[in-house]
Structure formats: C-alpha cells, structure tokens
Ligand binder design. Structure first.
Ligand code: ZN
Length: 137
C-alpha cells in the first residue's frame, strides 16, 4: 500500500481547551486550526510536528464515536492516519484482501481531506485512517 508518511495521530481528549494548553505550553507546539466536524460529532484541534500533525478530538455528543471511545477507554490515542495516494483505490484493494473496512468509500474529514477508516479487528487493534489531500496532486 506504501503510505508516504504518517499524516496525523488522532488523540481523544475530554476537554479540547485544556488539552490545547498542554500541547502549547508544555510541548511548545502551536495550534494552527480548530474545526468542528459535524459528521463525526467532534471538535478538532491541529498541531504540526515536522510533516505530521497531531489531531486532538473532543466529542460534541456522548453517542458519537469519540464520545463512546472516551467512555470506554478514557482519553488517549484514538487512531493513526497514513497519507496515501488514491484512498478509494486503496480501500478497494484492501477489501479484496479481506481487510474489514469501516468506510468502503472515502468521505470528507477535517481539513477537506479524503479519508477512510479500517476496522481495528483487521489491523491488530489499531484504528487506521487512510487519507489524502485532494489539493496536493
Ligand atoms: Zn484523523
């Protein structure tokens, strides 16, 4: 599949504002964007580290995917996102290989990226996101 790099690491948090303070004041990173993704019922905050981003995710709804995750497992790493070229084709290939997909076709994520999730049951327990920037071609 050959991902080009780790696009971002998604981290579930309870309180976005508190977490932004930690990343800024303790880690010394700068939050460059805060965005609500209605579809995913989350508010996100982004930090750049080299070519990789840290995406903090706070649920806006206890029944949303992040709300349920935090309820079950508490705060922590939620997913790893790999940058690939052609998310749609990659998802189709993976499905042929028997990988269980959450998204059979790409959808829009934060920052306008095309994204698709693979089910942790098929990936050794890690929620994997594939993403590509449609403007970077
Ligand atoms: Zn993500």
């Amino acid at each position: 599949m050959k991902p080009t790099h780790i696009e971002h690491i998604g981290i579930a948090v309870k309180n976005l504002d508190d977490s932004i303070l930690f990343y800024e004041n303790v880690l010394g990173l700068k939050c460059y964007a805060v965005e609500e993704v209605l579809d995913q019922k989350v508010k996100t905050a982004f930090f750049m580290v080299g070519q990789t981003k840290i995406e903090l995710l706070q649920s806006t709804d206890p029944d949303g995917p992040i709300g349920k995750f935090v309820e079950k497992k508490g705060e922590g790493i939620h997913h790893i996102a790999y940058a690939v070229e052609g998310v749609a084709e990659k998802l189709a290939t993976l499905e042929q290989k028997g990988v269980q997909l959450i998204d059979k076709t790409p959808r829009k994520g934060a920052e306008g990226l095309n994204i698709g999730f693979l089910h942790p049951k098929s990936t050794g327990g890690v929620l994997i996101e594939l993403c590509e920037d449609p403007n970077k071609k």
